[in-house]
Design a protein around this ligand. Structure first.
Ligand code: SF4
Length: 432
């Protein structure tokens, strides 16, 4: 289908503005135009990068982010043409300038002659050198390490994995939610450095010190919050959550005393010859049983119950705790519990989700909302699946990274602007 006449005229206007101003904005419009000769998805990805301050012509020439050969050819041709537009002498009148640009981009009438600029607004046009699209090639095999979170991303949306890991197309600037999470993790890491064994006798000191650690960690992350108000609100939320966290520590110290053995512990493990890495928020040892529990702090949405989390593991939607289990087991630990500590809601008591590790999964594996069991056989299935996924990603045979079918996954996706095939949002069920 031919682009409509208005698009042609707009394309030439944008190119003329690029010639005059050398500004980023008209260049971004140019690459997104059907007349740029660059495939829509690829153009959208580069435009998204350019909008965040990237110099797109240099990125094209460096081959960053990498794209398959046919699209790379299109990009290089576009970059060459865009640079040639800058070489058009200054001082031409608008008509001559447009004609020069039309020649550079081979925006020609069907007859093959270059139309005068005035005529372009009304002509029926097509690219002079239309060519058959080449067959799509596979994406280069993934040669780096794997992590549970990258496989979680792949499970959520393969296309998101492609944007985030394969082409690093858009640097996710983060949100106040991610800044909140990072700062609270840092505060708890420092806090447990000072208080590895929570005790009732230290309660007053713990409450005071955690307040200070949270204050310092948030001050160090100040740039992650867009406004002063947002910063203060999130800091207040973190302070309340931290006090609730100490409430929970006091109960735990009485009922199941423990000692913190490690904080932000590097986890690395080779599985089927491939390196997997990650960081474990905390590793505890139970005073009574001597068993090791692996703890993950969660400052975003998480499963509401042990059975919900187990279901995510079974459906291969979450690999984090299974990976930590295998990483610590390989280090010689007797891991008896996997724990998620929700730290999102300052208005709720801290109620961790605790999964006791059993040799085999059990049909009646829930003792309550927050407690349950998980079998080593389930953890083994999760490990097998991690290896299968890493095999696929390292094979270099994936030609298409399909978008998710779950539109909820797109709500906060940093790549949504570049993702032309994202699913349409579900219709609201309730009124505005
Ligand atoms: S916008 Fe949706 S479909 Fe597209 S990459 Fe993000 S999560 Fe996947």
């Amino acid at each position: 289908m031919l682009p409509d006449r208005a698009q042609v005229s707009t394309f030439l206007e944008d190119a003329a503005e690029w010639h005059r101003s050398r500004a980023n904005e008209p260049l971004l419009r140019l690459i997104r135009s059907p007349w740029s000769g660059v495939e829509h998805d690829v153009a959208a990805a580069y435009a998204a990068l350019g909008r965040r301050g990237g110099a797109i012509l240099e990125m094209v020439e460096r081959g960053q982010p990498p794209v398959p050969p046919p699209q790379r050819e299109q990009l290089l041709r576009f970059a060459r043409n865009a640079r040639r537009v800058l070489e058009v002498p200054n001082g031409l009148d608008e008509t001559a300038l447009r004609r020069s640009i039309a020649e550079i981009f081979e925006v020609a009438e069907k007859s093959g002659t270059t139309p005068p600029a005035e005529a372009l607004s009304g002509a029926s046009l097509e690219l002079a050198e239309a060519c058959e699209p080449e067959p799509a090639g596979p994406i280069a095999p993934w040669r780096h390490h794997f992590s549970a979170s990258s496989l979680n991303t792949f499970g959520e949306c393969a296309r998101k994995w492609f944007y985030k890991y394969a082409c690093a197309a858009v640097e996710d600037p983060g949100s106040s939610a991610s800044a909140y999470g990072k700062a609270l993790h840092v505060a708890l890491e420092d806090f447990h450095g000072e208080f590895p064994r929570p005790r009732r006798a230290d309660e007053a000191a713990m409450r005071r010190r955690i307040r200070e650690y949270v204050t310092w960690a948030f001050a160090a992350s100040r740039d992650g919050f867009a406004t002063a108000v947002e910063y203060k609100l999130q800091l207040r939320r973190a302070q309340r959550t931290a006090q609730r966290y100490v409430d929970w520590l006091m109960v735990e110290a009485k009922e199941a005393p423990f000692v913190v053995l490690g904080r932000e512990v590097a986890a690395s493990l080779e599985m089927a010859g491939r390196p997997f890495v990650g960081y474990i928020d905390r590793i505890d040892r139970d005073d009574v049983s001597g068993g090791i529990r692996v703890v993950d702090y969660k400052t975003g949405n998480i499963a509401m119950s042990a059975s919900e989390y187990c279901e995510k593991v079974r459906r291969f939607r979450d690999f984090q705790l299974p990976f930590y289990y295998w990483a610590r087991t390989a280090e010689g630990d007797r891991v008896t519990k996997l724990v998620l500590i929700p730290l999102k809601d300052a208005l709720l008591d801290v109620r961790p989700i605790v999964l006791q590790v059993l040799p085999r999964s059990s049909a009646s594996n829930n003792w309550g909302d927050a407690c349950g069991t998980i079998g080593v056989d389930e953890l083994e299935r999760s490990r097998t699946r991690m290896i299968e996924l890493s095999d696929r990603l390292a094979s270099g045979t994936i030609a298409q990274f399909e978008p998710t079918k779950d539109s909820d996954a797109c709500t906060y996706c940093a790549y949504a602007a570049a993702c032309a095939r994202r699913p349409a949002p579900e219709r609201r069920r309730f009124g505005y």
